[in-house]
Design a protein around this ligand. Sequence first.
Ligand SMILES: Nc1ncnc2c1ncn2[C@@H]1O[C@H](COP(=O)(O)OP(=O)(O)OP(=O)(O)O)[C@@H](O)[C@H]1O
Ligand SMILES: [Mg+2]
Length: 334
Amino acid sequence: MTAAPDRGAAPTPPRQGFGAPAARATAEPATPEPQPDSGPEPLGADDKVDLSQERAKAGVDDVLRVLDEELVGLSAVKARISEIAALLLVDRARRRFGLESERPNLHMSFTGSPGTGKTTVALRMAALLHQLGYLRRGHLVAVTRDDLVGQYVGHTAPKTKEVVKRAMGGVLFIDEAYYLYRPENERDYGQESIEILLQVMENDRDDLVVVLAGYADRMDVFFKSNPGMSSRVGHHLDFPDYEVDELVDIAGLLLTKQNYRLDKEAESVLRDYVSRRKDQPRFANARSVRNALERARLRQARRLVDHGGQVSKQDLVTLIPEDFLASRVFAPPT
Ligand SMILES: Nc1ncnc2c1ncn2[C@@H]1O[C@H](COP(=O)(O)OP(=O)(O)OP(=O)(O)O)[C@@H](O)[C@H]1O
Ligand SMILES: [Mg+2]
């Protein structure tokens, strides 16, 4: 499966972020169009490089701004991405002076619970690496064990290789990467896939960035049992669970994008919803918020249609408390 980037819409009020002046775009701050890297010109020993100019030229600020506007919180993740961008800019400048060094290792692990923004950040990262000329295509191929590992002898290698081939020039995002390794099963084909990935991560690091994603604790175990994998990962980014305030902000962002709003009372109901939902099973951070809004939208539609008669634009965009209160989350414990 190739994930399609979620294109963002209207920005929300200022949040913690890169500290860069947030341009309040009026139109969609869609992902900046990828521009092919023309290949930096070589420089002489007495030349100078203007890094801010290079940064602007490569569209780094645009990608970071979109990331900042599109994602609530995640300040540590945003800071790391900014750092990686700086590293690559400096590396590029060094190469123009003919300063040889190994290409920075860009394979990464993204750890965190479901719905904490890992896939979304991976998409932005792919765009950024493309802007900086590190990835030819800058697309993202998201896979899980089933896409890589076969069911019978001789099935796994071609499967893994096909996925790798599709991902070349971009980012290969392996969700719940630890499922590739099943120590309890001696003849597990996952190991074969790991071997191929290890090779590719070493030999094709100029053309492919691998992101291993999943829960932090399981990823730890995976890395301990697979030191080869661990040593090939250059950056570990941790995606913490969101606080209630952040989840409410995320809801605001998602609603604005879809041209919905909450009436005054619905705001506090949503906050109440989020704090309750957070403590219930299968809570998936921003994804649960997104799903809750989908259901509220459904209830709103039913309410408007059942009511009959005329509706105003205002009616069509407004969610009210009862659109949330009908949720199971508010049902008394049985
Ligand atoms: N910080 C955030 N701000 C706004 N929206 C967010 C944020 N984090 C996640 N989302 C939204 O929540 C949804 C789930 O995010 P995403 O798929 O990136 O999470 P994930 O960590 O990859 O989850 P999973 O492990 O379940 O695949 C997406 O629609 C994304 O846009
Ligand atoms: Mg995901």
